[in-house]
Design a protein around this ligand. Structure first.
Ligand code: GLC
Length: 477
């Protein structure tokens, strides 16, 4: 079976979040189960893409409202990634260094035109490359209109029986926009217009949920939450539950392997203790803090869903009374949180290091050096950081939600880390207290580290689940 993943991110070519990691790793593991997977993303001006050689495989144009948009499909010449990799070049739309946001952190104003031209260009190519793919696997709302388009736009009639699989990585982003943009879509059967709509708008995510043959979420618990929240999409999710499945993400255990990771100062040899201590000292030297404290880190976007707004007030309160923890923060996003974080670092230079950036190498170093990773997310469809952390012997402190619920049961239940219920200051502080006690209980801590480093979060099992569901999807024909 030949599957094409259609996404706006794929690590290492272009990544803004966990979806990039998933799209860059799942296709490596699908062939183990007999599925040949290719990936297509927009051609951005990222360093990785700029430095690679591509060959052109298709060229055409499409009519986007009044504009004629030229585009071409290029295929990566070498096999660096481990799967066939395509980009779609749409000049003036995607040839920018950033993926979604401009220099000031604002969403690009032409997001709707970008997403629609991407989806239409890809479909145009597929339509003209008959029999190459047996199923299209779309990721998040940016590709959410494709299931509708293949079934109801006359121009794609020849693709109307193409099995469409859709994964929700983050249901909070929806790609909903005013009906006035309908002119950007190709002509469709007007009687089916309702399949585009939700909340009185053209709603990419809702349309994908309605029109895809199968929907997956990136963890089983997240699927349950989407079926039981009090949200405008809940009733729709429930209605379509019969074709939904929650499949936990895996991690690429070749990229995330403490024994061979080239990004680490010290790799894991015989002793986990030596591995952790030497990396902690290296990080402490590099960022000039003392390595004799408990190292608790946060890595991620400064966004509401990650509860990044709670970090500064919580750390501030904690540091009033207790100086045994050093907090290391790597992230960027909300400008006021960035500013507050820097201020707090100035106030407590011996207890806080804040690096306002996105830095893949430093992330690897932090996982190898930290004692705990803090993820107080308000919601977390899967979360990959807790899995990377555990593989590097770092104990997760996580809120009991979504994929965190599935991967980090509490140590009180013989689990993998410290789990708490509420995304608030009090619960985080209580969990930090539990972390300090655990840290002091060195025998139990060592046993826990040993256990979490040996958990299997690889893609092999999840890739098999995808394959099984691809087969189910195709059989629905
Ligand atoms: C999104 C979700 C995150 C998930 C990732 C990969 O970024 O917020 O929880 O791990 O997608 O599926």
């Amino acid at each position: 079976m030949k599957v094409l993943h259609i996404s706006t991110e794929c690590y290492p070519a272009a990544k803004a979040g966990g979806m990039g990691d998933v799209v860059g790793s799942l296709p490596i593991y699908l062939p183990i189960h007999g599925v040949e997977a290719s990936v297509i993303i927009p051609k951005y001006k990222t360093k990785w893409i700029e430095e690679r050689n591509f060959e052109m495989v298709y060229e055409s144009s499409l009519q986007l409202g009044k504009d004629t948009v030229e585009f071409s499909i290029l295929k990566l010449k070498n096999t660096d990634l481990g799967f066939p990799f395509y980009v779609i070049d749409i000049p003036n739309k995607f040839d920018r260094a950033n993926i979604y946001l401009d220099e000031d952190g604002e969403a690009f104003p032409d997001e709707i035109e970008r997403n629609i031209s991407f989806q239409r260009g890809v479909l145009d190519w597929i339509k003209n490359s008959p029999d190459v793919f047996d199923l299209l696997h779309c990721h998040d709302h940016m590709t959410g209109l494709m299931a509708f388009m293949v079934q109801y736009c006359t121009v794609y009639e020849s693709l109307s029986s193409m099995p469409m699989f859709f994964t929700i990585h983050n249901g909070q982003y929806r790609g909903a926009f005013d009906w006035k943009y309908v002119k950007l879509l190709p002509k469709f059967d007007v009687r089916k217009g309702g399949l585009l709509e939700w909340d009185d708008m053209i709603h990419s995510l809702a349309s994908a949920i309605k029109c895809s043959w199968m929907i997956s979420t990136v963890s089983p618990s997240y699927l349950k939450e989407l079926n039981s929240d009090f949200d405008t999409l809940t009733s729709l999710m429930r209605f379509e539950n019969y074709k939904s499945v929650g499949i936990l993400n895996g991690i690429d255990d070749q990229v995330w392997d403490p024994v061979i990771d080239p990004l680490l100062e010290y790799r894991l040899k015989r002793s986990v203790n030596v591995f952790k201590q030497s990396n902690k000292k290296a990080l402490a030297n590099q960022y000039e803090f003392k390595s004799n404290k408990i190292l608790v880190s946060f890595i991620g976007r400064f966004a509401y869903e990650k509860s990044a707004d709670l970090l500064v007030p919580t750390f501030e309160e904690w540091l009033k009374g207790n100086k045994s923890i050093h907090f290391f923060i790597l992230g960027s996003g909300d400008k006021s949180i960035e500013g507050d974080m820097i201020k707090l670092q100035k106030k407590y230079p011996d207890n806080i290091t804040a690096v306002i950036a996105y830095n893949e190498k430093l992330a690897h170093q932090i996982y190898s050096a930290s004692d705990f990773i803090l993820m107080p997310s308000r919601f977390e469809p899967c979360g990959l950081n807790q899995m990377y952390a555990m593989r590097y012997g770092t104990v997760p402190i996580t809120r009991f939600t979504g994929g965190l619920k599935d991967t980090v049961p509490d140590i009180g239940d013989d689990g993998n880390g410290i789990s708490f219920l509420q995304a608030n200051k009090e619960d985080i502080i209580y969990s930090l207290k539990r972390a300090v006690s655990l840290y002091k209980d060195s025998l139990n801590l060592r046993m826990l580290i040993n256990k979490i480093m040996n958990l299997d979060f690889s893609w092999v099992a999840s890739a098999k689940e995808y394959k099984d569901h691809y087969i189910k999807t195709v059989k629905r024909q």
